[in-house]
Design a protein around this ligand. Sequence first.
Ligand code: HEC
Length: 116
Amino acid sequence: MTTSKNIPPHAMPLLGALAALAYTMASASTASADASAKLKAYGKHLSSECTTCHRIDGSDNGIPPIIGWPSEAFVAVLVSYRDGERTNQAMVSVAKSLDEQQMEALASYFGSIEPK
Ligand code: HEC
């Protein structure tokens, strides 16, 4: 144990606890990276319903582009269509067909695409 020669014996359990904590934190962040990758993949799967109208390259064909938005703003807009605050017919019916998790998945996917 060359690394422990300057560490008093009573400090060893503390080091063990710190190592365990670091390990727990590392695996927790791996789990959440995994969850966000899954969410994004789910959003990509759902996005075909949107890309019949919205262009994925960020250009405006008379329908506004929806890529590169912050997630919260994206979800808030969908909610505003769902709740009738925004009244565009096509978007109201699209938004009514989505649950919160699907909105977040779509936000995660479209938000990850950089406008050109
Ligand atoms: C039938 C065509 C159509 C489909 C399908 C469609 N949209 Fe839209 N979307 C529109 C139109 C048109 C607007 C602009 C409406 C308005 O002026 O409020 C819009 C607006 C939006 C906006 C707000 C854009 C802004 O700049 O304010 C978001 C976000 C959005 N759509 C997301 C989606 C998502 C996510 C899907 C798929 C689940 C989807 N749309 C599917 C036609 C569509």
